[in-house]
Design a protein around this ligand. Structure first.
Ligand code: PMP
Length: 386
């Protein structure tokens, strides 16, 4: 088989050894965490350890971590009018989400669609702060949802500035930190986030588990899933102990390695981008001049079609994706790029390279060799056709 290299870490990541070990240990135990017997207490202990580990990653209090089936569910749980604060029980009257949010946020959660507004972004996909300030004046108790870093471009939002504007407008801020967590600092207090969503499988934990974190004093009056009293009555259903344990172990490992990993990834990413530009001067790197995650490059070249480029990369041993992987294998024009004002023709060719803590220089060289072959066939056929 051809040598392969994986560059789709923003879609999902390989499991860390620490996570696998924690999962295997939990899978070897029979207990239900709600049972009072010794076996139940072992399961409970595994969950509470993970709660501390996940809380530490985001500077939250462990009691404010709600485990869910993933960030999609965490986003749905957070985006409800029924958010109460100390001394404030009236429902949130409007939801504002940025134009570059993940579909699970853009769908508006549990708000009626006529109460959801889209916040405009600039050419880098960054929320327009003046527009935000003006827009929030239209609500009495707004809820705002802005992601920490974009899954397609890696562009980082000025969350602390956004939080200051939101709080001055009597609002609450939810931050989808799925792509930032474990890659950049995601301390909730420093960011000023009232609620934060995390996903285990983007930080080398297992798939199918995530968490919603809240700051002290935020109460979610309407759970999404009712039943038994698990997760402080906020998420019913027997906990997936092994997945939660794996998430906790991965969060701790990612947090410990974060700064060293980020430096290494940024150097590899820069090596790739410099070579890409040297080889294909017409290539455009989206959000290239903005602050970005250390691991993400979204690029296009005139004439490139993402669908064929991705297949061609795959045949050359390289796993990359078009902007978003979440649309069941379909390559559509990315709504993120449209919101950034990118022309449809260029956006159709957007290829996302996202790397991770196991990526090596040799992997980058494989990627560049593959790009040389992809570009020489696909871009040549464009030149001939023109
Ligand atoms: N938000 C962002 C920014 C994402 O990238 C993703 C995963 N594609 C999600 C939310 C959804 O996470 P999960 O897969 O855990 O439901």
């Amino acid at each position: 088989m051809t040598e392969r290299a994986y560059f789709d870490w923003n879609a999902t990541t390989p499991l860390r050894a620490e996570a696998r070990e924690a999962m295997l240990a939990a899978l070897g135990q029979p207990g239900n965490a709600s049972s009072v017997h010794a076996e139940g207490r072992v399961a409970r202990q595994a969950i509470e350890k993970a709660r501390l580990q996940v809380a530490a990653l985001a500077g939250a209090d462990a009691k404010n971590v709600i485990f869910t089936s993933g960030a999609t569910e965490a986003n749905m749980l957070a985006l409800t009018p029924a958010l109460e604060t100390v001394g404030g029980k009236a429902p949130r009257d409007r939801l504002f989400v940025s134009a570059v949010e993940h579909p699970s946020v853009r769908s508006g959660g549990r708000f009626p669609s006529d109460k959801v507004e889209i916040l405009p972004v600039d050419a880098n996909g960054i929320v327009d702060l003046a527009a935000l300030k003006a827009t929030l004046a239209r609500a009495e108790r707004p809820l705002v949802s802005v992601m920490l870093a974009n899954n397609e471009t890696g562009v980082i939002q000025p969350i602390a500035d956004i939080a200051a504007i939101v709080h001055a407008a009597n609002g609450l801020l939810h931050v989808d930190a799925v792509q930032g967590a474990g890659r950049i600092d995601c301390d909730m207090t420093a960011l000023g986030a009232d609620l934060m969503s995390l996903s285990s499988h983007k930080l080398s934990g297992p798939q199918g588990v995530g968490a919603l974190l809240r700051r002290d004093g935020i109460h979610i009056a309407e759970p999404l899933i009712r039943g038994g009293g698990q997760e402080r009555n906020l998420r019913a259903g027997t906990e997936n102990v092994a997945a939660i344990a794996g998430f906790g172990a991965a969060a701790e490992a990612a947090d410990r390695a974060r700064q060293a990993d980020a430096l290494r990834m940024a150097a590899l990413r820069d090596r790739f981008e410099a070579a890409l530009k040297a080889q294909t001067p017409a290539a455009v790197i989206f959000g290239g001049n903005a602050g970005r995650l250390p691991n993400t490059t979204l690029f296009a070249a005139p004439g490139l079609k993402a669908e064929t480029a991705i297949i061609s990369f795959d045949l050359n041993g390289i796993a990359v994706s078009s902007g978003a992987a979440c649309s069941s294998g379909k390559v559509q024009i990315s709504s993120v790029l449209t919101a950034m004002g990118v022309e449809d023709d260029l956006a159709r060719g957007a290829v996302r390279v996202s790397l991770g803590w196991t990526t090596t220089v040799a992997d980058i060289d494989l990627l560049l060799n593959a790009w040389m072959r992809v570009a020489s066939t696909l871009l040549k056929s464009h030149a001939n056709a023109a």
